[in-house]
Design a protein around this ligand. Structure first.
Ligand code: IFM
Length: 466
């Protein structure tokens, strides 16, 4: 029997009652309309204009034109049985140039939220998915402490307007990318290659998270709120080789613990502080900051794509690197199949990661806020998209999530990345992560087979039998 035709009778793994089933997107990746209704440039608008920064010279226009097509997109979501939709709010719409509030920008999210609620879909809002107003970058961006306070101010604007209707809040999406890809390797906006700026950005992003949580508690007190991190299981290529083990420790520190520990344990890990000492990390940490950063959160958003197998550096100082204090580390293949991003498909890593969070950072409900895969999808002559690889990817990752739940992990939801094909940052539009195919020339949407399969999972609240 084809997976797509399996019936409710064959359900073998049910998810807990009330499990949140959703899909996620981000403002700059789908909205387009970058100069409309008062929006001003974000760092990504500026970055896209740099020759060679983004594949094929792609920009935030037209993206998936969601700003204009949001109502039809909500209908599409309803047809896919989504219980929740995780979107991000564009800071440069709400406070253009990081300055005064812009009613027209807030109005868009107001309309979106209302439309979602009318369709019976819970709105989940992320406040920062990388579109910092360019004017704030000119004033130092996340390397400047002031940006954390501007972020809190912007959060207040959003929470005051949407706080009565949003069902779940994420302050930051993947601060690792904002700090290290944005300010160390420069492969993301703002394209800076300065390790001291990157470590400053880590702390100021986390401070911004803490200050934003305070505003959410005041202006949106009824919905759960937290932060979303891109977390990776990290292991040493040769577990008995002390230099591989040390390289894995450093990578785990920079990727995972540098964010988890301050938020959930109230302090930066000692080994990470030692690794980052040459870059002046602690110069940015002021009395009281960690209390703000570690105020309780209601949820931890986990974005999972793959695991990292790490070997010690063979060279030192290989140029701009995201791995400050671990420059030159090598990431080895495990020999598993890869997605179009070149990322290995490693569902067991998701179970391992969830179990680790459950045991080392207990007590916080977990949501998978992103998981998904890019494949080179095409609309066939019959008008369908037979994305068998994505369907298989989702199936094995949902099984991995279910395995973690069976072992006691408090996992409460899953948001597939992504609802729509979109601008995959520096990779441009060529990498398609959507459940729904977008023809960027015509804006025609085509529901992929994986989306129909996922709709079946949602309606059964469970996976089909293997
Ligand atoms: O597209 C991104 C998203 O914006 C953040 N998390 C990873 C996705 C795939 O690279």
């Amino acid at each position: 029997m084809s997976v797509l035709r399996e019936s409710a009778e064959s359900v073998s793994s049910s998810f807990p009652t009330g499990f949140v089933w959703g899909a996620a997107t981000a403002s700059f990746q789908i909205e387009g309309a970058t100069t409309v209704d008062g929006r001003t440039d974000s760092i990504w608008d500026e970055f896209c204009r740099r020759p060679g920064a983004v594949a094929n010279g792609d920009t935030g226009e037209p993206a998936a034109d969601h700003y204009r097509r949001y109502a039809a997109d909500v209908e599409l979501m309803a047809s896919l049985e989504l219980g929740a939709y995780r979107f991000s709010v564009a800071w440069p719409r709400v406070r253009p140039d990081g300055g005064a509030e812009n009613e027209a920008g807030l109005d868009f999210y107001d309309r979106l939220v209302d439309r979602l609620l009318e369709a019976g879909i819970a709105p989940w809002a992320t406040l920062y998915h990388w579109d910092l107003p360019q004017a704030l970058e000119v004033r130092g961006g996340w390397a400047a402490r002031d940006t954390a306070y501007r972020f809190a101010e912007y959060t207040e604007s959003v929470a005051r307007r949407l706080g009565d209707r949003v069902a779940g809040w994420c302050t930051l999406n993947e601060p690792w990318c904002s700090a290290f890809a944005g300010y160390a390797s420069g492969r993301h906006a703002p394209g800076v290659t300065s390790p001291p700026s990157a470590v400053a950005a880590v702390h100021h992003l986390l401070l911004g998270h803490g200050l934003a949580m305070e505003r959410l508690r005041t202006y949106a007190p009824s919905a759960p709120a937290g932060i979303t991190l891109n977390l990776f299981p990290v292991s040493a290529a040769a577990p008995t080789d002390t230099s591989d083990v040390d390289a894995a420790r450093r990578v785990d520190g920079l990727q995972n613990r540098i964010f988890l520990d301050p938020v959930l344990r109230g302090g930066y890990p000692d080994d990470v502080l030692a690794d980052l000492a040459p870059y002046g990390f602690t110069d940015h940490v002021r009395d009281g900051d960690l209390a703000v950063i570690s105020a309780p959160i209601d949820l931890l958003g986990v974005n999972y794509y793959r695991a990292l197998l790490v070997a010690a550096p063979v060279i030192r100082d290989p140029g701009p690197s995201e791995w400050i204090g671990a420059e030159g580390v090598r990431f080895l293949p495990s020999g598993l199949p890869r997605t179009e991003m070149g990322w290995e498909v490693q569902p067991d890593g998701l179970t391992d990661l969830l179990l680790r969070l459950h045991s080392e950072y207990p007590g916080v409900p977990l949501y998978i806020t992103e998981n998904g895969a890019a494949y080179p999808d095409e609309v066939g002559p019959d008008g369908t998209v037979r994305d068998v690889d994505r369907l298989a990817y989702l199936a094995v990752h949902l099984r991995a999530a279910h395995a973690a739940i069976r072992r006691g992990v408090d996992l409460r939801g899953y948001f597939c990345w992504s609802l729509l094909d979109n601008l995959e940052w520096a990779e441009g539009y060529a990498k398609r992560f959507g459940l729904v195919h977008v023809d960027f020339a015509t804006q025609r949407r085509t529901v992929k087979d994986s989306a129909r399969w996922y709709a079946g999972v949602i309606s059964r609240n469970g996976l089909p039998a293997e």
